[in-house]
Design a protein around this ligand. Sequence first.
Ligand SMILES: [Mg+2]
Length: 255
Amino acid sequence: MSRLQALTFDLDDTLWDNSGVMLRTEEGHYAWLLEALGAWRSTRREPPLALGQAEGMADYLQRRQRIAVEVPERRGDFTWLRLRALEAQLEAYGLPRSAAILWAAAAMNEFHRLRVQVTPHPEAAGLLAALGERYRLAAITNGNIHLGRQPLAAYFSVAIAAGEILAPKPDPKAFLTALSRLDVAPERAMHVGDSWHEDILPAQQLGMQAVWIAPEDVAPRALPAGVHRLAHIRQLPALLERVTETSHSIGGANH
Ligand SMILES: [Mg+2]
């Protein structure tokens, strides 16, 4: 077993609880759009668009799903899908194309502002700072979170927005891109994430070690060699000590 040199991290539901954030972001950026657009139109003595929050959001979702089917190679690029869907919706409801493009972009700016209003686990910053002294660290996320606006961004030398490179996890390209930018072989890296299918299986299949963040109420699974289970990210340093100690017989470190 070779020495670990790098750790890669999923973000949502690994370094923070994502519950609530997506809902607030989803509703919030759309409500902002309707309000700001209505105010802009009223200064121009134009009536508000015939779009309400609930029906407007339902139509927006349907448009995203339709565009993802029509342009399958962009189906993982959620920011792109949202922009195209909003532009099409605003145009369909009467905005000139140029205004639709500007307002869709403004709404997505608000989306990204709300999307980073996450509260990392209180241990996360200290943990990453300490780990960063021993390992190279990367973030690999499928979320369309703007990594540069994230308070934990400074701890990662590499950050992969997997959807934006058109390789959302479990696509191995997301992991291989991170490993190549970290300049580390898969066997010398460990991925930490909460999704069995998007984080753990692809990492394990590439030959990385993996840590599955699964709260106690998640059903047990048989853990392949090199895969560990923790209930919370705060337990990671202790696990790394055990793995390092038993690195000559990693199979014995499966918990
Ligand atoms: Mg996750």
